[in-house]
Write a protein that binds this ligand. Sequence first.
Ligand code: SAM
Length: 282
Amino acid sequence: MNPTEWFTEQAPGAGSAFSLKIKRKLHEEQSDFQFLEIYETEDFGNLMVIDGCTMVSTRDNFFYHEMMSHPVLFTHPNPKRVWIIGGGDCGTLKEVLKHPGVEQVVQIDIDERVTRLAEIYFPELCESNGDPRAELKFIDGIKWVKDAAPGSVDIIIVDSTDPVGPAEGLFGEAFYRDCLNCLSENGMVIQQSESALYHLNLMQAMRGAMSAAGFEHLQTLFFPQCIYPSGWWSATIAGKKTLDGFRQEDSANKPFATEYYNVDIHRAALAQPEFVKRAFGG
Ligand code: SAM
């Protein structure tokens, strides 16, 4: 097989790689912030790659977008105001807007080009962008949170790239401190927290920074995501108040369709593997 027919992402330091068979490259550009590529693949639909890392495929993005949104929205007692930091492909935004109780969602991505390309190559992820509750801003999420008024949001979803380049500051204590300040009484942050198999040190550092910033309650959820390194991904919720349990009855009776998320998946995602418990000191 000609290797040029494959897009391959190597996982640095993990001695592994993941490949997708491609039909053709649809687009590439250097934006002001990152190198963006779009491929048409053989079996995964379209694929977006940022700085050499797989971000979104048509076929499997639902795992990630549903798990970045529904668990935290069903953990908060009454979420009305939501911010998405990053998330430029708009898949998380679409999931958040499925919750009828949510009144306002502001998506803050540093790179407008990601959203413009998603509109062309992932139109199904952008189909709710015209919802009157949604607002798209194209500025640095770190600055947005720093400048926000205290208590002005219920949930912050950090749907970012890996902690390099423009996203590096989104994994630091100063950012989490600013998040804490602008969250309302029962406020929560959820952030994609990479792979426990490959990036356990990063997860520990991230949880440490959240705690140091003043978030006393942390919860890490696990889910599959085959196009990301190791195929096994996570998200971490940091709460101002206790995170014991979630609104199971509301989750079981959710008034919208999903592909992956349901109340049993939510319960299962909260189970912590033994090596992770040891690493987190549990
Ligand atoms: N699902 C993906 C993953 O985990 O690999 C993340 C996808 S999403 C497209 C990541 C977005 O974060 C990108 O569009 C990027 O522009 C945005 N981003 C990176 N740093 C940012 C920052 N400081 N403020 C706002 N958005 C940022």
